[in-house]
Design a protein around this ligand. Structure first.
Ligand code: GAF
Length: 399
């Protein structure tokens, strides 16, 4: 079972040491390369990335770490992967990579496939993988695994990928090998994250402005509902095709290309469900830009209100929240500004996973306890809270 989430940031040095030791235990020699890639939390801008819109995430101080080395047998095309979390070793050949039944190695195989397509030739490898990104919690554990794998292949081959292209190849791995038609946000954040910065990403141009989160009075609190309702991934694909259908009806390339005012004027021409999906996306894009401006100006009250508005829109128009996420956000709202809460919302794809809450620094633990107690009372479920700061993106640690 995955390790329990810790409230404070886990020690990166200790994680590296654990993975190194695990590699040595599994393969009898020390690793030649070690790489890391983080998960992400999205402050605001949900389900806008695949609509060519804006998102505002940060990479988090929770990493997938991979140790790697050459197998003894030269010329081999076999990749052996040991998972420290599952304590199992699985292998696959680079000669016949193809999407199969989705397992934890799908993300790894997909990233290998993307690198091979780009002419990178890593050859056979032994790998040990560990993750501090909660699995399936909406914090991009899969993107972190894809990006870490691509980073390992960079280390092994000595060929550096353009970091945006690396995000793209990992996004394609998710499409082809995990069957999720995701946008670019998660892989982009994991690849290009910077310590102390949020990424204001324009998903049409695939470029980002880095925005400092350097207000010492503000902290980022993540709370995991510990529930996951969407089992098949079908809801996500359905939302995406509804957005595409709405854009088509509206005669625009993507929902990015229409203002809220114009959309409202079309209200009675669009099917009601499509109208509501579109209203979420179009209004969310506006909220992202407003939030980035407010954050730059230190207008925390505005940032907070935009976060709650985002949550309500995801709950009511986009219908990707769930009772547990709503309870966490309501509890945060109840603690309120007097209690040190700036704003709160669901983060990631939805249907479970985590909320992101901005809080007054120094009050993180107290606020987390209050919210989690309320949550437990209401749902009978124990939530897991933890704090984070914007973290450095994927990088080679050794080799
Ligand atoms: C998931 C997807 F992978 C992202 O691309 C994004 O669409 C997100 O859901 C919703 O904002 O994390």
């Amino acid at each position: 079972a995955p390790a329990e989430e810790e409230f404070e940031t886990p020690s990166f040095g200790e994680q590296i040491a654990t993975v190194r030791a695990d590699y040595e235990r599994t393969f009898d020699v020390p690793p030649e390369w070690i790489v890391a890639a983080p998960g992400r939390v999205n402050l605001i801008g949900e389900h806008t990335d695949y609509n060519a819109g804006f998102v505002f995430p940060l990479a988090i101080e929770r990493y997938v770490v991979i140790a790697g080395g050459r197998p003894k047998q030269q010329g081999s095309k076999l990749v052996k992967v040991h998972s420290t979390l599952l304590n199992e070793t699985v292998d696959f050949s680079l000669d016949d990579l193809k999407p199969e039944e989705v397992t934890w190695t799908s993300y790894i195989r997909g990233a290998f496939a993307g690198c091979l397509e780009r002419g990178m030739e890593p050859g056979g490898l032994n790998l040990a993988v560990d993750s501090k990104v909660p699995l399936g919690g909406g914090l991009s554990s899969s993107a972190a695994l894809e990006v870490a794998t691509a980073t390992m292949i960079e280390a092994v081959t000595g060929k550096k990928l353009d970091p945006v292209d690396k995000a793209r190849l990992c996004q394609k791995a998710e499409h082809d090998y995990a069957g999720v038609p995701c946008g670019i946000m998660d892989q982009f954040s994991s690849s290009l994250g910077e310590a102390g910065k949020l990424l204001l990403i324009d998903c049409r141009t695939e470029t980002a402005e880095m925005v400092s989160l350097d207000d010492l009075n503000v902290a980022v609190l993540i709370i995991n509902t510990n529930v996951k309702h969407e089992l098949t991934g079908g809801e996500y694909a359905e939302r995406r095709s509804q957005c595409e259908a709405a854009a088509k009806e509206l005669g625009v390339k993507a929902l990015r290309d229409i203002t809220l005012e114009k959309l409202e004027a079309y209200a009675d021409k669009l099917e009601p469900v499509l109208f509501r999906r579109a209203r979420h996306v179009v209004s969310e894009n506006e909220r992202v830009l407003k939030a980035a401006e407010a954050l730059r100006a230190g207008d925390w009250e505005d940032v907070g209100e935009l976060m709650y508005a985002s949550h309500n829109s995801l709950r009511d128009d986009y219908k990707v929240s769930c009772p547990e996420l709503d309870v966490l956000v309501n509890e945060a709202h109840r603690v309120g500004t007097e209690g040190g809460v700036i704003g709160s919302r669901m983060t990631g794809g939805g249907f479970g996973g985590c909320t992101v809450t901005l809080v007054a620094a120094g009050k993180e633990r107290e606020i987390a306890d209050k919210i989690c107690q309320g949550y437990q009372k209401e749902t009978g479920i124990e939530a897991t809270p933890f704090v984070t700061k914007p973290a450095r993106g994927a990088h080679i640690v050794q080799g």
